[in-house]
Design a protein around this ligand. Structure first.
Ligand code: HEM
Length: 183
């Protein structure tokens, strides 16, 4: 199985304890106590839900933005990064009906997603998983994952507020947020 695949299992086991789970918009997912992040495909296990995504090529970041990200982005699993956030997101049919250049314009020129996000590096580590091409029945389009030290939670909240107020987020019709602690 491709190592680009990751499955997030919600249930009673896993490295990450759920501190808070809330629905931002759209249908909720079942509340769980812990989340296990399993790379490289998923073997069956006891869980309440499993969300699967795959890392992919970039769609919107320019060459210069990719270079900046490579320079500044920290790795996952830093010992000090004991906080994580899993945010599954779905965008509506209106978004997917747009052409690539129109979506790009909304993401960066009109919402400043990449430039603003980059200013929070290296405090926040991130990984973007795509679900849309895994099948028609996927509950979300993206599984977004972030890790940071407890002292950087306020900065993360500020970034979330910025993004959720953006034009890009008007297309988000399902979003759930799970705040996690590694203990
Ligand atoms: C930590 C700072 C962040 C940085 C540096 C960042 C950077 C990026 C970049 C470069 C992309 C485009 C990738 C591509 O070219 O395909 C992207 C996409 C995305 N990011 Fe962020 N981001 C950050 C925070 C966030 C947060 C907090 C969220 C969720 C609340 C988020 C949700 C997404 C989603 C859903 C996409 C996919 C958009 C799409 O393809 O329609 N990002 N991000």
């Amino acid at each position: 199985m491709s190592s680009r695949i990751t499955t997030f299992f919600g249930g009673s086991s896993g490295l990450w304890r759920v501190e808070k789970q809330h629905t931002v918009i759209g249908a909720p997912i079942e509340p769980v106590a812990r989340v296990a992040v399993v790379p490289g495909g998923a073997s069956p296990r006891e869980c309440v839900w499993g969300l699967r995504g795959v890392t992919s090529n970039t769609r919107y970041a320019s060459g210069a933005e990719v270079r900046t990200l490579q320079e500044r982005q920290p790795a996952l699993d830093r010992p000090e990064a004991t906080r994580a956030v899993l945010i599954p997101i779905r965008k509506n049919a209106g978004w997917w009906a747009l052409a690539q250049d129109q979506r790009h314009e909304i993401v960066e020129a009109r919402s400043r997603h990449i430039s603003k996000g980059t200013s929070y590096l290296p405090a926040i580590a991130r990984k973007l998983h795509h679900c849309r091409d895994l099948g028609e029945d996927q509950p979300f389009d993206f599984l977004t994952w972030f890790e940071f030290a407890p002292a950087d939670e306020g900065a993360f909240d500020e970034l979330l507020h910025f993004l959720r107020s953006s034009e890009e987020w008007r297309f988000v019709d399902r979003e759930v947020e799970l705040r996690l602690v590694r203990d």
